[in-house]
Design a protein around this ligand. Structure first.
Ligand SMILES: NC(=O)c1ccc[n+]([C@@H]2O[C@H](COP(=O)([O-])OP(=O)(O)OC[C@H]3O[C@@H](n4cnc5c(N)ncnc54)[C@H](OP(=O)(O)O)[C@@H]3O)[C@@H](O)[C@H]2O)c1
Length: 111
């Protein structure tokens, strides 16, 4: 495989990506991000040129009751993706939300 690997096959963002470009989109059946090691195993198995993470625990209110699960999917899994992509020297694009990064902070390029 030599293209883009997308996590979150059934989600809104990933479905749009699948309309835009030929990608390998993986769903929960192929990589359950709540399971440690699942996304890294998928990345190493497919050896893509880049990874886009469009998977997330997006139900805001239930996330407060399932904080461990939400943290595993939204925190640990992207960290695992980052390490796997770094090991293969490929880019990772992580789609976040303005609930986390509202755009009011400063970044290195800010003046
Ligand atoms: N949609 C927007 O307009 C928008 C705007 C700004 C930012 N974002 C960000 O973009 C990302 C994706 O948003 P979305 O709207 O596409 O979300 P979504 O429609 O709720 O889709 C979430 C995706 O994550 C998958 N997922 C959840 N838990 C999983 C697990 N344990 N293992 C594997 N996959 C799992 C879901 O799979 P299942 O179908 O199996 O549950 C689904 O494919 C989020 O981080 C969101 O904050 C979205």
């Amino acid at each position: 495989m030599s293209g883009l690997l997308v996590f979150g096959r059934t989600g809104q963002v990933a479905r749009e990506l699948q309309h835009l470009a030929p990608v390998l989109a993986l769903g929960r059946d192929a990589a359950d991000l709540a399971q440690p090691g699942a996304c890294a195993a998928a990345i190493h198995a497919h050896r893509p040129r880049a990874v886009i993470n469009a998977a997330a625990y997006t139900a805001v209110d239930p996330a407060e009751d399932e904080a461990d699960l939400a943290t595993a999917i939204n925190g640990a899994a992207p960290a695992e993706m980052a390490l796997a992509c770094a090991a293969l020297n490929i880019p990772l694009v992580h789609i976040s939300t303005d609930y986390v990064f509202p755009g009011t902070g400063h970044h290195l390029g800010a003046r």
